[in-house]
Design a protein around this ligand. Structure first.
Ligand code: NAD
Length: 780
């Protein structure tokens, strides 16, 4: 091709990146790698090949860790933990800084190795993956340095088990390892079996910088190695990124074990184009959204929602653009797309496409696609029904599905019509519209007029079946720390002497659903006795139907979340005012029904009033942040309510326990279904009269009495309940977490807490909120 040809066609010639150093690196290891345990290399019992998906060539043999080797790795992390966690933040910061520097120094080797192993273009590994990895270690070196000042009431957790997928092998490793080390934990990480090489090179760098032995252990192998790691009793926290299917399995496997868990799972993220969008920029946005990394991106904009008025015009632009996408050797600096990670992944993607074709769906595909290697042509199905398989399932490949909408309300409905909730991208020149729509989309990240932008300073993570927990930003660090002791030092003395019952024996409180008193659907009541065995009243025996009605009522009360913090605070103060007016009555109830002394009853009511004031105060103060991320972007880390929470109260502190749980939840805009103290429910059923007179909108707080085990089971099974705070009998925790896996509910389980001192005051607010990061680019 001569210069004139190039000028006329505007086509680039090949510009291959050399893989010489990467091949030499593999040769130096005889193309056979061991496991990195306790700072040393150990051979696995078996090996499996790591392939270059663009050529099919075997790059190296990777060790498959045996169960004994998984145990050895965990043991190494465990014995390294005491001294690593005791290092000062500054000492840990120096190690993280050294890792960042070494990654930068070896950045080209990392980039080429990643490209060889994964099939992604060198342009991406060189300019996106590896710079972000270094950025992650720098950023977290900073968090290690300031940990004591920023998290004074928290400490490290212990040994962390970390499992990552193959789509961003080293980047996902950095998202896991940097915060874990910064916060003083030690770890065992397993990369994906398809792409272990850069993790092994990283292990060498840990050796090079003199990271203490056992702090980082890298074990390779298939899913069973990951499973053994998650089941190990000495692993105190699991951080998993991967498919929703495996995420659910891990949730079930670890249910009731008290292991902390964060799950970064799949997605089917909407890419919404409004009629006033700058269509040429938007087309480029689509290229980044679904053809970046061959579409193997958890937050890929894989569902295109286009306003009907511009759909035809817009589709023509996309069609023209995708024909220009260049597929070819991932090492070629001029290509747009490389190969999928493996033949297996190619078959999965192809299966979706073939089934959609068989449904008769119209499609466009890029014609120039290499036939050797795992290359898949960029594909668009422009007219898909929302119920179609390819509109609902994560394809994890370069396949875009399109549908249209008329109004922005319809766009929101379509966007949320998915079991996932990872990310969304909105395109409009109208900032009012964008900022109205962004909070209404159930997704952890929303990009406005941009897409797939990441930074270590911003949190990333999902809702619903995209998992829970955040990685990156200050919010991500909470996954790697735990509150210092919260246990109760001394509680009230409960008396079991008979008392003179003055009140209410003949009154049977009902349940409280949607702001109205409701009889139990079962038609049965349960006797309530005090510790002396005297009957003090009866409450309804709640069932599945009552839980369903309560969830429906909570669902209908979405207005509560939309109120300002100030408006909610006023309602909370009003609750305090009304409780204060009836303080004596509540004290009396605690004496008669719960075995309290008069003095303790008074203290419990006083503390309850104080707590209501605390959370009323926070209603307009527990706000988000503006993260300092990439240039020309404002990244708003907004706190939003989790949604509908099930709140299962402790047996003890029947009034204060309930108030300490319900008030922060509603202060942040959640609606709750409360299961009162199982043994002393009457303080809570009395409380609905306070709610009735305090302007709490019906459906915000719903109270269902009865057996915790069966009612918690119903809450856990309900798909419209977003989270459960469980402070009752620990023996139900396992069932609860197993059932919660189906809808990926957040669970918070504690069996002991110092209700009088409330040491986790702000932690309740944090658990009551989720962080949504909204990225807004700017520039005139
Ligand atoms: P995968 O779930 O099959 O595998 C992920 C990792 O889990 C691998 O290391 C694998 O060996 C391991 N694993 C498999 N079975 C296991 C088990 N039973 N117990 C423990 N570990 C086990 O996922 P994948 O195909 O490698 O990756 C693609 C998925 O990852 C997609 O669904 C994608 O959306 C998701 N992902 C999510 C994010 C995010 O941040 N939310 C980021 C990247 C990828």
């Amino acid at each position: 091709m001569n210069v004139i040809d190039i000028f006329l066609t505007m086509e680039y010639g090949p510009a291959p990146e050399s893989d010489k150093n990467a091949q030499e690196f593999l040769d130096q290891h005889d193309r056979r790698f061991g496991l990195f345990i306790n700072g040393e290399w150990t051979e696995g019992e078996n090996h499996f090949p790591s392939l270059n998906p663009a050529t099919g060539e075997t790059l190296a043999q990777i060790s498959e860790a045996s169960t004994a080797q998984v145990e050895a790795a965990v043991a190494a992390a465990k014995s390294a933990y005491p001294s690593w966690s005791q290092l000062s933040g500054h000492e840990r910061a120096k190690y993280l800084y050294a890792l960042a520097r070494q990654i930068q120094k070896h950045s080209r080797l990392f980039a080429v190795l990643e490209t060889l192993d994964n099939g992604k273009p060198i342009r991406e590994t060189r300019d996106i993956d590896i710079p972000l990895v270094a950025r992650h270690f720098y950023h977290h070196a900073g968090w290690a340095q300031v940990m004591e000042q920023e998290f004074p009431n928290f400490e490290s957790i212990g040994v962390i088990g970390q499992i990552v997928p193959w789509n961003f092998p080293l980047l996902m490793l950095s998202w896991k390892i940097a915060p874990a080390l910064a916060m003083g934990n030690t770890l065992v990480l397993k990369p994906a079996e398809q792409t272990s090489l850069t993790a092994l090179l990283f292990a060498e760098i840990c050796q090079e910088i003199g990271l203490p032995k056992g702090v980082v252990n890298i074990i390779t192998g298939h899913g069973s190695v990951g499973e053994a790691l998650t089941l190990h009793p000495d692993v105190q926290k699991i951080a998993f990124t991967g498919s929703t299917e495996v995420g659910k399995k891990i949730r079930r496997n670890t249910a009731g074990s008290s292991k902390k868990l964060s799950l970064e799972l799949g997605g089917k993220s909407p890419f919404i184009v409004f009629e006033d969008a700058d269509l040429d920029s938007t087309v480029e946005g689509i290229v980044d959204a679904i053809w970046f990394n061959q579409g193997q991106v958890c937050c890929a904009g894989s569902r295109l929602l286009v306003q009907e008025s511009i759909a035809e015009k817009f589709y023509v632009k996309i069609k023209n653009r995708i024909q220009k996408l260049v597929l070819g050797s991932p090492l070629d600096k001029g290509i747009d797309m490389g190969a999928l990670v493996s033949e297996e992944q190619w078959n999965t993607v192809n299966g979706f496409v073939e089934r959609a074709k068989a449904e008769g769906l119209e499609y466009w595909q890029v014609e120039n696609c290499p036939t050797k290697g795992c290359y898949f042509p960029p594909t668009l199905f422009p007219y898909v029904s929302p119920a179609s398989e390819i509109a609902q399932e994560e394809i994890f490949g370069p396949v875009l599905v399109g549908m249209t909408f008329r109004s922005h309300q319809e766009a929101i409905k379509l966007a949320n019509n998915t079991r996932y909730g990872l990310a969304a991208s909105l395109w409009t020149e109208n900032i009012n519209l964008a900022l109205d729509v962004a909070p209404k989309i159930k997704a952890g990240t929303v990009w406005i007029n941009t897409t797939n932008v990441f930074d270590a300073a911003s949190g990333f993570g999902g809702y619903r079946e995209s998992g829970f927990g955040r990685e990156g930003g200050k919010e991500g660090l909470y996954e790697y720390i735990k509150p210092k002791s919260t246990k109760s030092s001394s509680g009230f003395t409960i008396h079991n002497k008979e008392v003179n019952l003055r009140s209410y024996i003949d009154r049977t409180p009902k349940m409280y659903i949607g702001g109205k008193q409701a009889r139990p659907d079962s038609g049965y009541s349960i006797k309530v006795s005090n510790p002396a065995g005297q009957t003090v009243g009866e409450v309804g025996e709640g069932t599945r139907k009552d839980i369903r009605n309560a969830v429906e009522a909570a669902h209908a009360q979405s207005g509560w979340a939309g109120m300002t913090g100030h408006a909610r605070a006023q309602v909370l103060y009003f609750i305090a005012e009304n409780l204060s007016a009836r303080a004596e009555e509540f004290e009396q109830r605690l004496v008669e029904a719960s075995g309290y002394s008069g003095k303790d009853a008074k203290l419990e009511v006083e503390k309850s009033l104080e707590r209501i004031f605390t959370y009323a105060a926070y209603a307009d103060k527990f706000d988000g942040r503006v993260h300092s991320t990439t240039s020309r972007h404002v990244t708003l880390a907004m706190h939003e309510p989790v949604g509908i929470l099930g709140v299962v109260c402790p047996k003890e502190y029947p009034l204060l326990g309930m108030i300490s749980l319900v008030l922060p939840a509603i202060a942040m805009g959640n609606r709750v279904i409360v299961l009162p103290s199982e043994t002393s429910p009457l303080s809570t059923t009395d409380f609905y009269q306070i709610l009735d007179t305090s302007d709490v909108p019906g459906g915000t707080v719903n109270i269902i009495t009865g057996d915790h085990k069966s009612l918690t089971t119903e809450l856990a099974k309900h798909f419209d309940v977003d989270g459960i705070w469980y402070f009752s009998d620990k023996q139900n925790a396992e069932t609860l977490e197993k059932l919660a896996a189906d809808s990926m509910k957040r669970t918070w389980i504690e069996s002991e807490y110092d209700w009088l001192q409330n040491p986790l005051q702000k932690e309740f607010l944090r658990k009551a909120t989720e962080v949504k990061n909204i990225w807004i680019p700017y520039g005139a």
